[in-house]
Design a protein around this ligand. Structure first.
Ligand code: GLC
Length: 458
């Protein structure tokens, strides 16, 4: 009964969140209005938050809002502002948008490319999620005409160009600033965060299916954009599987690494110092489990566990089957740390003391075991359920779902929970947070019908 009632209210929340533009549904608000709204922009449609809303609509056979969303966001791409000498790249998509009604009654769309966001950070994940959603829409509806439209082909090209163009890279991973994805405040994740690499891999895979070579490319001796994407995809795949992977064997290797090797034959190519292994890691890592670490760069391995990056890596096939199984075993063995009273922990462990001060800039919203610094986010549930089912761990998916469904409706759909075990409703948490509700609906749908997994890129 609890499930039926929770799903019913979750749907009511979703229905009430639909945003209309010129009479058409084009997106869903991040949160419904309440006196607990943490910031004004929660009443906008966020690209990443819309993903589970879209999946619910597609699974229910109502693709119209998803199509409208894809078309609308595509037009917003041209709205970006540029400062002299500081242009925002043309493929960059906004973090969020809203509909404004002018005095004369006309409606206009207002997009936020980061110029209003706290810390003025431009999202990198939005354009990736847009392309992933386009793929899911095509798979779900069989409507290939949308992706074939010239403006859709052009937009995909712009997105891939930004990600593939020559920059200061020496590895296949994508270099990005801090706070450019789901974690949109300073959290020490600049560089090559896992979440972005997993999404990047997703769009490189999708290019196979959706991107067409132009006649000029077909007649050229130079590799086409599609070929370049394929080359990068293979390189990224090998790089992440090797350099981001951590298990006991690998930890032992790093613990005994030789450092300061010069030349092309070095083993410790990124020059990771064994002294950088945090004290918690060797005792926490089970013998038979493993995970992809949060970030890898020169002299740097961020040993923290980031849920979203690991789960998307499993969903998109960036991990090997064995790695996927071992990540799930980590969840199983460290359930109280990674799931606890509310699925899922966003990052483990939290940063405290001096590290928190230096890496977050003393952000009071991100104190230890709160919000993005080790809080528990129900919006991550559906990713876990998808990855667990895909890995043959439906038992874990069920367990996480049952934990969430017990409380979310009663707590009025909080955005996040606080505390090591996630037992407290987040201190500055919104309630009536839409992706909290849609994540629960989607998790339930996946458990009822695992066939839905075929909509994801493989
Ligand atoms: C917070 C989250 C971000 C989300 C937004 C709207 O800023 O960090 O990922 O998109 O809220 O829910």
């Amino acid at each position: 009964m609890k499930i039926d009632s929770a799903l019913k209210t979750a749907y009511e929340l979703l229905d009430a969140s639909v945003m209309h533009y010129q009479g058409k549904p084009v997106g869903t608000l991040a949160a419904l209005h309440s006196d607990k709204l943490a910031a004004a922009n929660y009443e906008e449609c966020f690209i990443r938050d819309f993903v589970p809303s879209a999946l619910v609509y597609l699974a229910d056979g109502k693709p119209e809002i998803v199509k409208n969303f894809l078309e609308t966001v595509l037009t917003l791409r041209t709205q970006e502002r540029s400062l002299a000498g500081h242009e925002i790249q043309p493929g960059v998509m906004p973090a969020s948008f809203r509909v404004e009604v002018l005095n004369d009654g006309r409606e206009v769309l207002q997009a936020d490319f980061g110029e209003k966001a706290i810390g003025r950070v431009a999202p990198v994940d939005s354009m990736m999620w847009w392309m992933i959603l386009l793929f899911i829409y095509v798979r779900s509806t069989g409507d290939e005409t949308l992706a074939k439209r010239p403006e859709f082909q052009k937009t995909m090209r712009q997105i891939l160009h930004i990600c593939l163009k020559d920059s200061f890279e020496v590895t296949p991973a994508l270099l990005v600033p801090d706070a450019c994805s789901m974690i949109d405040r300073r959290m020490g994740i600049y560089g090559h965060p896992l979440e972005i690499q997993s999404l990047f891999y997703g769009i490189l895979r999708i290019a196979h299916y959706l991107l067409e070579e132009t006649p000029a490319e077909k007649n050229s001796a130079e590799p086409s954009l599609l070929k370049t994407a394929q080359t990068r995809e293979k390189a990224l795949y090998n790089y992440v599987r090797i350099f981001y992977w951590l298990d006991m064997d690998r930890l032992n290797e790093i613990h005994r690494y030789t450092t300061e090797e010069f030349g092309t034959n070095s083993v410790n190519v990124l020059n990771i110092y064994p002294e950088s292994i945090p004290e918690w890691t060797p005792d926490w890592l089970p013998d038979d489990a493993g995970y992809l670490v949060g970030n890898v760069g020169p002299g740097r391995m961020d040993f923290r566990f980031f849920s979203l990056g690991n789960l998307i890596a499993i969903m998109f096939g960036l991990t090997t089957d064995d790695q996927a199984a071992r990540i799930m075993r980590l969840y199983d063995t460290r359930w109280s740390d990674l799931v606890g009273a509310m699925p899922m922990k966003i990052i483990y462990p939290a940063m405290t003391g001096l590290e928190w001060r230096v890496r977050t800039g003393s952000d009071p919203k991100n104190v230890a075991w709160s919000y993005q610094n080790g809080g528990n986010w129900p919006s991550l549930l559906w990713y876990f359920v998808a990855a667990a089912i895909q890995t043959g761990r439906g038992d874990l998916a069920e367990r996480a779902f049952t934990t969430a469904v017990e409380k979310l409706e009663q707590h009025d759909w909080p955005e996040y929970y606080d505390g090591k075990a996630g037992r407290l409703i987040g201190r500055r948490s919104n309630v009536r947070q839409v992706w909290t509700a849609t994540s629960l609906i989607m998790a339930h749908k996946l458990l009822e019908n695992p066939e839905l997994l075929r909509l994801l890129p493989d």
